[in-house]
Design a protein around this ligand. Structure first.
Ligand code: SF4
Ligand code: SF4
Length: 89
């Protein structure tokens, strides 16, 4: 059975992330990982959120120095197919 999402989920704008990792250390469920950045850019890494594990605590959004993470109502997030697919796995 698919996991029931929390009221809100963290949405990370990968185009704006600097890979500073401030969000990684505060996540209580360790659902933020670093991934390689785009080859054409000077950003060597980005962060990526494993949404089905996110509990919507908002800590990452509070600490991001660049306001790259927004908290979005889960029903709104899950209308986007690629996010809904992550929950369906
Ligand atoms: S909202 Fe909380 S649980 Fe979700 S990614 Fe951010 S720190 Fe982790
Ligand atoms: S704190 Fe913000 S800028 Fe830093 S890695 Fe996380 S999302 Fe990216």
């Amino acid at each position: 059975m698919a996991k029931k999402p929390p009221k809100q989920l963290a949405l990370l704008d990968e185009d704006m992330c600097t890979g500073c990792e401030a969000c990684v250390s505060v996540c209580p469920v360790d659902c933020i990982d670093t991934v390689p950045g785009p080859q054409h850019d000077s950003v060597l890494q980005l962060c990526s959120i494993d949404l089905p594990r996110c509990i919507g605590c908002t800590l990452c959004a509070q600490v991001c120095p660049w306001d790259v993470i927004s908290m979005v109502p889960s029903d709104q997030m899950l209308r986007v197919k690629r996010f809904a697919d992550e929950f369906a796995k």
